[in-house]
Design a protein around this ligand. Structure first.
Ligand SMILES: [Zn+2]
Length: 431
């Protein structure tokens, strides 16, 4: 596809059509109420949530794509002035409300941009997504896959979300005299809260902005801002710190629960090096471009189960991103000719081709190093299945740098300045 036509989750450069996968802040960096570069395509639920997130935005720019229905858009080649037809289909990304993947088809071939996604392959919604993708591709192979590689490392393995939701219910039920604080982002994990509410027959407290979101999602019956009505409270993730938890416990016995696939990470160059001293630091450091992060593998391995991070603070592996085996399943299903990770500075920035080169044609690209990636250190690594094991630290306690693996020679590429988003452009096809 020619440069300057389409951008996905990228808002700072000129394109003819912009696609928003979902409303998490790391995918909307650069969007504001003043943004007006061009038409903005999104899912029906995202369009419903959008005005509250960006009050004053020119809503005439919003184009709503129904899930699973191919939509034809007409673009103009900047070089030749000829019309370029692009068929785009939004597929449920199973990540947070409104999150979608985009499947683009045209003379340039086919490209799937997953955005953030959780591929629980046997779930009803994934089966629907599967059939929609197959219907669009009509037996053809996918040419290029942009993959949510947040947890693209064999170290990461999560149970299905309904299993973890029950783990959370069990934790709450085993603490009948405690208040419960659950740390959440501004969007996502609604299904977890609904599961808790149904199982324990309780309402759930949320902060006022979250209640507005619940209203927009038509889920407001279960939620309240009246603390007298329930002992279960969902709070902004950054509020759930050890310090705050101690303060709450000085008033009433309280436990905290952090639902996240994020393993135990801590900044190497931060002022506080004590593991787990401040959970908010742990959570926000994951995608920092400034700090290297350390993954304590012994903690990752234990992440299939609830874990007591602190005296009264539990971590549960409830993830809205796919774990390694799910990514593998997805790639086996989609069979891309080439692929590329869309997360460039997480703890798992390794190009998916590094592990999955046997599942696509991208076999030579994985050996090249993407110098733009930040380094991470892996402490005490374990055996890894993959096609280039010699480059992976194994059985060593010391810190080994693992560099991101990128691609210099390929037909289709993306340019990224931030960790998320793509401006899709055609490169030299002879390389
Ligand atoms: Zn997200």
């Amino acid at each position: 596809m020619e440069k300057g036509l389409i951008s996905v989750d990228r808002w700072d450069e000129q394109s003819q059509a912009y696609f928003l996968t979902h409303l998490h802040a790391d995918h909307t960096q650069g969007l504001s109420h003043r943004w007006k570069r061009g038409p903005l395509f999104c899912s029906p639920i995202t369009s419903r949530l959008f005005p509250a997130k960006f009050p004053g935005f020119n809503l005439s720019l919003i184009r709503v794509l129904e899930i699973g229905s191919p939509h034809l858009i007409s673009l103009v080649s900047p070089s030749s002035g000829t019309e370029i037809a692009v068929r785009v289909t939004a597929i449920d990304a199973l990540h947070c409300p409104g999150a979608v993947m985009y499947l683009f088809c045209g003379e340039f071939g086919s490209m799937l941009y997953t955005g953030d996604f959780r591929w629980e392959a046997d779930s009803d919604k994934a089966l629907i997504g599967k059939s929609q993708i197959l219907s669009v591709l009509q037996g053809n192979e996918l040419d290029f896959l942009y993959l949510d590689n947040t947890y693209c490392n064999p170290l990461f393995s999560f149970p299905p979300r309904d299993v973890v939701a029950q783990q959370v219910v069990d934790i709450i039920a085993s603490h009948p005299d405690y208040d419960i604080i659950i740390g959440l982002d501004t969007l996502g994990k609604e299904e977890l809260l609904l599961h808790i509410s149904r199982a324990l027959k309780t309402k759930i407290w949320v902060w006022p902005e979250r209640l507005q979101t619940m209203h927009l999602l038509e889920l407001s019956d279960v939620f309240t801002t009246n603390t007298a009505l329930t002992r279960v409270r969902a709070v902004p993730r950054y509020c759930l710190t050890i310090k705050n938890l101690k303060g709450l416990n000085s008033v009433h016995p309280t436990i905290g629960i952090v639902p996240s696939g994020l393993p135990w990470v801590r900044p190497v160059e931060g002022k506080d090096s004590s593991v787990g001293s401040d959970l908010s630091v742990c959570c926000t450091s994951k995608r920092s471009r400034k700090n290297r992060v350390v993954v304590d593998v012994s903690q990752v391995v234990a992440s299939k189960f609830p874990k007591l991070l602190h005296e009264r603070l539990y971590s549960v592996p409830y993830s809205d991103h796919s774990c390694f085996s799910e990514l593998q399943e997805f790639i086996k299903f989609i069979k891309p000719a080439k692929m590329r990770g869309i997360v460039s500075s997480s703890i798992c920035y390794v190009n998916p081709s590094y592990y999955f080169c046997d599942l696509c044609e991208d076999s030579q690209d994985h050996q090249q190093v993407d110098q733009s990636s930040e380094s991470v250190e892996v402490i005490q690594s374990e055996s890894v299945s993959g096609c280039n094991k010699s480059n992976i630290a194994r059985g060593r306690k010391s810190s080994d740098k693992v560099s991101g693996l990128g691609v210099r020679k390929r037909r289709v590429s993306i340019s990224r300045r931030e960790r998320i988003g793509a401006r899709i452009a055609e490169m030299d096809s002879t390389s």
